[in-house]
Ligand binder design. Sequence first.
Ligand SMILES: Nc1ncnc2c1ncn2[C@@H]1O[C@H](COP(=O)(O)OP(=O)(O)OP(=O)(O)O)[C@@H](O)[C@H]1O
Ligand SMILES: C[C@@](O)(CCOP(=O)(O)O)CC(=O)O
Length: 508
Amino acid sequence: MTLVVSAPGKVLIAGGYLVLDPKYTGVVVSTSSRFYTVIRDNGKDSVVTVRSPQFPGAEWETKVIVNDEGQVLLQNIDEAKALAKNKFVNLAVQKVLTLVVEVKGASFLSSNLEQGLDITIVGDNDFYSQRAYLKAHNLPPTIASLNSIPPFVPTGWVKLSDVHKTGLGSSASLITSLVTALLLHFTIISPDALIPGGNKEKSLAHNVSQFVHCLAQGKVGSGFDVSSAIFGSHIYKRFDPAVIAPLMEKDSNIPLLPVLSPSNKEWNHEIQPFRLPPGLRLMLGDVDAGSDTPSLVGKVLKWRRESAERGELNTPIAYYYFRLKAVAENLWTELSARNQGLANILTQLLSLHVRQVEEYDSALSKAAAATYPNWVSLAGNDTEREVLEKLSETRKVSEEIREYMRMMGSAADVPIEPPEQTRLLDACLRNSGVICGGVPGAGGYDAIWLLVLETQSSTDQSPIDSLQELWSTWTELSVSPLTAVESRGGGVRLEQLDVVPGLEAVLN
Ligand SMILES: Nc1ncnc2c1ncn2[C@@H]1O[C@H](COP(=O)(O)OP(=O)(O)OP(=O)(O)O)[C@@H](O)[C@H]1O
Ligand SMILES: C[C@@](O)(CCOP(=O)(O)O)CC(=O)O
């Protein structure tokens, strides 16, 4: 039997940094680009083999042993192929098998491992930068070129540890697809758990993936990446890290299920439904600034913490720090209002589409051929006007978000939207049919996101093509598109092997 589970990547279009605080939300869009985990038998008793055929030497194996106390131990067979060399995969296997023993008993695990497990993991090409491939094959950096590359293309001689990632959240998608596939394989959850909307079992897959991802990363982030890999696009409010704290302790041996079970009321994350309105295509640019981006998150949080602490100091410069504290708090509040505003306007556009498809579409066609702020003047009737006004509001609020993110960056002295990115985004936004954009997640030099009108006209160049042309001639930064759009299939899902292009081929 072959079991295939996929989980999407993510783009945080609003809420970077704020979403780390349970007071605030983040707007996360899941991508059509996915990670796939394929589980089959390998015919070797109690042996788990894992392969990532996109990378040289990415083959690991381990022997599963359950000791007298019911603990799952992963024993090396061949040191060179030790599964422990891939911490993320190793922890996912170890923790899920531990859960299997807790729920079904040690003999269930042993008898279900008699034929061993053969696990293959691949990620869509978008997760890894394809610049080198395009260059080597003399292909221009366009979506059409990327679509001509074989699916799950090997990265050549670049090792997994050295690969240039694009920021779609490879580790979260990988962990989510792997954990969910293992939970299904050992019937801890049933396939019904993966139907849209989901049930308690889907929440179990979420909680386990969230925990394994935190453990592998060695820190508890906001978790929006795992959450969107499970549930698809949504508005996210984080869980209290205290819920998994007992399991995060070194060599923790306490049972997993009481903590990870969806009945544990301490899981307090909130998932509000969200999706992009039809006709607004997510477009992503992989940006190469030629240097490594430093870690921004630590510095921003330190600045926020210190501004708050210094505000309490009773020193001659207390007034200055009092002001600083007010700035930090105010920034978070003001940004949060805009982030929420962006989500609301996009949701209103979605309902306008549901209510009056024809006028909605005609308004979008008009805006596709025009630049902001000229959209509203093109309205031919009231509904069109309403749609075009909403598009303009989307632009306005997203520009305010960018402005606040830049302020956050200068206050904390980190390049959240560095001037090079500002110039690039401003140039993109001057194009017809480009609604809004920004730097995703924590920001930096690595990527940009845009919402672009999809409508094609037979006479004008489409907004997507104009953007690609702009990017190909942009010299200050090297910008290459990704193929991803918003995931239509929601979050984690079961796949049929023969329906996923190229998947069967990489197995052999
Ligand atoms: N195809 C793969 N097969 C197996 N493991 C993988 C694969 N891709 C990524 N990984 C694992 O994920 C780790 C990378 O995780 P890390 O947290 O550094 O990336 P990330 O922040 O999710 O990246 P990005 O958001 O840029 O995609 C790798 O060290 C590896 O263990
Ligand atoms: C800064 C932060 O809010 C977002 C980071 O997002 P990304 O990995 O840059 O997409 C951190 C987090 O939410 O865990």
